[in-house]
Ligand binder design. Sequence first.
Ligand SMILES: Nc1ncnc2c1ncn2[C@@H]1O[C@H](COP(=O)(O)OP(=O)(O)OP(=O)(O)O)[C@@H](O)[C@H]1O
Ligand SMILES: [Mg+2]
Length: 282
Amino acid sequence: MPESLSFDAGKSEVLEFEVENVRYEYDRIPALQGLSLRVRAGECIALLGANGSGKSTLLRLMDALYFACKGTLRFRGTALTEAAMEDDAFALGFRRRVGLVFQNPDIQLFNPTVFDEVAFGPLQLGWPRAEILERVHATLAWIGAEHLKDRAPYRLSGGEKKRVALASVIVLDPDVLLLDEPTAALDPRSQSQVIDLMESWNNGKKTIITATHQLEILGEISRRAIVLEHGVVVADASPDEILANTELLESANLIHSHRHLHGGLTHKHTSPYLRHEHRKPD
Ligand SMILES: Nc1ncnc2c1ncn2[C@@H]1O[C@H](COP(=O)(O)OP(=O)(O)OP(=O)(O)O)[C@@H](O)[C@H]1O
Ligand SMILES: [Mg+2]
């Protein structure tokens, strides 16, 4: 691998990601505009923001699927550019270290069986056959999906698809896991299973960045929360600080006030599903 494309450019403190003033446009319409952010190794970060605020776009740039139109996005000291990803040694090393689980598993899953799906990444990376077999079985067992191994992914339920998509990335044991809404549309048991899997996989050593709308799981999945609004960072603090800032949550469209049919009172919710009390004004 050429020196300029190494994973440690010789800095004293190597950051996992260094995002500097990044702009990204879809057909000249900006999705990220001057976004800056630093991610240290081992951090668990939640990425928050209303629909269209740029969370998925940022994760795709961090996974080198898209490239910054302006500004720089570095992974361990090397700028993620099309030229860098055309270097086979760098691209292989990057794909081995960073994995993205898509918001929509239907985009991610395309193999004829669940087993093939989970084996796909290791096959691409040229792992020995015996190791692939062992790792795929172990990952399917860990995620509780061994019984699904011969099924066609497109015939699975939404929650099963999400777990298989997660398995297809985790099988590579990346250092950095980028998760786009991993618990959205899951029933409560599947949701807590995915959170448990994230916790047991992380074990304090991995870097996990999770885009989510679910404020009620913030404390379980992150130690730092970053709020995006119109493609820029508007807040970067601990989950507790973010959750306590009602004004910010409301302006970033993460909570809303509404009127209940019962009682006619207007108040704010972090989630429509959270248990809450209604008190009449004194
Ligand atoms: N493939 C695309 N083509 C054109 N515009 C896009 C595309 N994907 C996203 N956008 C636009 O870019 C902006 C950011 O979208 P993005 O998907 O990153 O938001 P998000 O924060 O992930 O939203 P959500 O919470 O709905 O998943 C939005 O204005 C969106 O309409
Ligand atoms: Mg999204």
